[in-house]
Design a protein around this ligand. Structure first.
Ligand code: ATP
Ligand code: MG
Length: 558
């Protein structure tokens, strides 16, 4: 086998090998793939796997990839979905160029081919009701039963099919079926339905049609019309492959594409069926398709995932032929790794507690120059103001420290990141006994970066100058489900109620006020955060937590 054409860093997989071999052997001069979403929902991370695979093959082997909407069912489709799908494919970093298609572009041709089958005695109009057809299909162990209408003449079938098209019959009254083999061991070949009556307006063809082709009758033929060389789909279509090929054999199609199957992505702690995602949206368990807890591409984007991190995730998990589960931590690690490289650092206090430095003069403001990234001087630096009153994290202070606590407690010293070492001399409580304020002194000899500042203390904490702080809403997001595989009838009971926590009054470093929508930061010690693309206003960002700095779901060793 040759992989001469594959010069990328993407791990090899069986499809890359097939494509590479087909090019080397001259079977194809160029490859053409396609991504064929049904516009009945938003794209999710599973679709990203298919997009990266199809567009990635085209990119890496000098071919092209079409975006084709499988819009054969007008009852379920919506232009809202079409637009969002296009936007998400672009956002992921892929482009179909001039090759945007709709299965509905081919309705005329598909209709002609249906008549072609009828004329050749290879399709018939069946008057049985849907339930009868289903009941007569047989099972894996029993052959199907032939329909009493199976032996209609070609003339009669043609007449009936034309009258179906003409709108003479109500929905469900008749269907067109391919006449293949009711005893075939493959149930898909037991005279599959290829056209049904749906009196519904179609987003593209309007009221031109009241009969619509089934997916199986549209897909392979669309591939043939577009000159697709490698038609890549998920494993559940493996059993449809003989039917895919039967149509290509029995119709005068212009090309013979070939279908290949790969394992779909299953990801833990979430759900990926569009039906379930739609239900979460409709039942208002989430705020919408782009809720940052959703595994949709719009949700991941709003959460702060980068397209690079999703592409790298897809490369990491690879492409194979056996179904398996991928742990959510792998996706989270991919965005952590990407943002660790790229996200500027900032200090943000999420649960603020006031700290007063008694020996620091009132009214004095020092300004520290702080690097935006510890390893990347090219990301520049910023000025961070320091003054007598600061905000620190509430849980960086313990009045009675537990064993091993290295941060602030009475009599203890810590370093304020980028600033001085301070010592806690007391805490002020209100009449309910709640701690309102921490009192400290600072050591002026310990300013970060100055000679003599090397004195070491165990803990380092972050802070924000109280009079300079920006108050902002920060939303802490976590995994949507609390168990790895939320299946069964009761799957909604497994929603992780702690997957969203809204903190209305966090204290952020001033510079974060300029954050543009979707700008991402590492809030030191707290995680990676992204300015919400819808709710942020100039000077008033709202931040979403993309991911914590470390995997908090790792089981502690037992
Ligand atoms: P769902 O089952 O969630 O409704 P679908 O497969 O019906 O999804 P389509 O819009 O038909 O959704 O999918 C478009 C393409 O994306 C298809 O080629 C499909 O095989 C692929 N795809 C869908 N889900 C996954 C997944 N989890 N992993 C990999 N590819 C997927
Ligand atoms: Mg589908």
């Amino acid at each position: 086998m040759s992989d001469s054409a594959d010069k990328t860093n993407i791990p090899a997989n069986f499809l890359r090998t097939i494509v590479s071999d087909d090019l080397a052997s001259g079977k194809h001069r160029a490859i053409v793939t396609r991504f064929p979403p049904e516009p009945n929902g938003y794209l999710h991370i599973g679709h990203a796997k298919s997009i990266c695979l199809n567009f990635g093959l085209a990119r890496d082997f000098g071919g092209r990839c079409h975006l084709r909407f499988d819009d054969t069912n007008p009852a379920k489709e919506d232009v809202e979905y079409t637009e969002s799908i296009k936007e998400s494919v672009h956002w992921l970093g892929f482009d179909w160029g001039d090759h945007l298609y709709y299965a509905s572009n081919y309705f005329d041709q598909l209709y002609e081919w249906a008549e072609f089958l009828i004329k050749g005695g290879k399709a018939y109009v069946d008057d049985q009701a849907a339930e009868e057809i289903r009941a007569n299909r047989g099972s894996l162990t029993e052959p199907g039963k032939e329909s009493p209408y199976r032996s209609r003449s070609a003339e009669e079938n043609l007449d009936l099919f034309r009258r179906m098209r003409g709108g003479e019959f109500p929905d469900g009254a008749k269907v067109l079926r391919a006449r293949i083999d009711m005893a075939s061991p493959n149930i898909n070949l037991r005279d599959p339905v290829i056209y049904r009556i749906i009196h519904a307006s179609h987003p593209h063809t309007g009221d031109k049609w009241c009969i619509y082709p089934m997916y199986d009758f549209a897909h392979g033929q669309s591939d043939a019309i577009e000159g697709i060389t490698h038609s890549i789909c998920t494993l559940e279509f493996e059993d449809h492959k003989p039917l895919y090929e039967w149509f290509l054999e029995n119709l005068p199609v212009p090309a013979k594409p070939r279908q290949y199957e790969f394992a779909r992505l299953n990801l833990s702690y979430t759900v990926m069926s569009k039906r379930k995602l739609l239900q979460l949206v409709q039942d208002r368990d989430v705020s919408g398709w782009d809720d940052p807890r959703m595994p949709t591409l719009v949700g991941l984007r709003r959460r702060g995932y980068t397209p690079e991190s999703i592409r790298s995730f897809c490369d990491t998990i690879g492409v194979g032929r056996s179904d398996s589960w991928i742990d959510m931590s792998i996706l989270e690690e991919s965005v952590r790794a990407d943002l660790n490289e790229r996200a500027p650092r900032a200090m943000a206090v999420l649960r603020p507690l006031k700290l007063v430095i008694e020996n620091y003069a009132e009214g004095v403001v020092e300004s520290f120059t702080v690097a935006n990234h510890p390893q990347k001087p090219e990301l520049g630096s910023r000025q961070v103001p320091f003054s007598r009153e600061l905000w620190i994290e509430n849980d960086d202070f313990m009045e009675e420290p537990v064993k091993g606590f290295k941060r602030l407690s009475p009599g203890m010293e810590v370093r304020l990141r980028n600033a001085y070492i301070i010592k806690c001399i007391g805490a002020v409580k209100d009449d309910k006994g709640e701690i309102r304020e921490i009192r400290c002194t600072y050591d002026p000899e310990t300013k970060s970066g100055m000679p003599g500042s090397e004195r070491k203390v165990k803990g380092v904490i972050h802070w924000v100058s109280a009079s300079h702080a920006l108050s902002a809403e920060v939303r802490l997001y976590d995994r949507l489900f609390s168990v790895p595989s939320p299946a069964g009838d009761d799957w909604k009971a497994l929603i992780n109620l702690a997957a969203i926590e809204i903190l209305p009054d966090c204290k952020l470093e001033q510079s974060l006020g300029d954050a543009a929508p979707e700008e991402r930061f590492q809030f030191e010690r707290n995680g990676y955060f992204c300015a919400d693309r819808h709710d942020s206003m100039p000077g008033k960002p709202v931040f979403n937590r993309t991911v914590t700095l470390r995997d908090s779901w790792l089981k502690s060793p037992s």
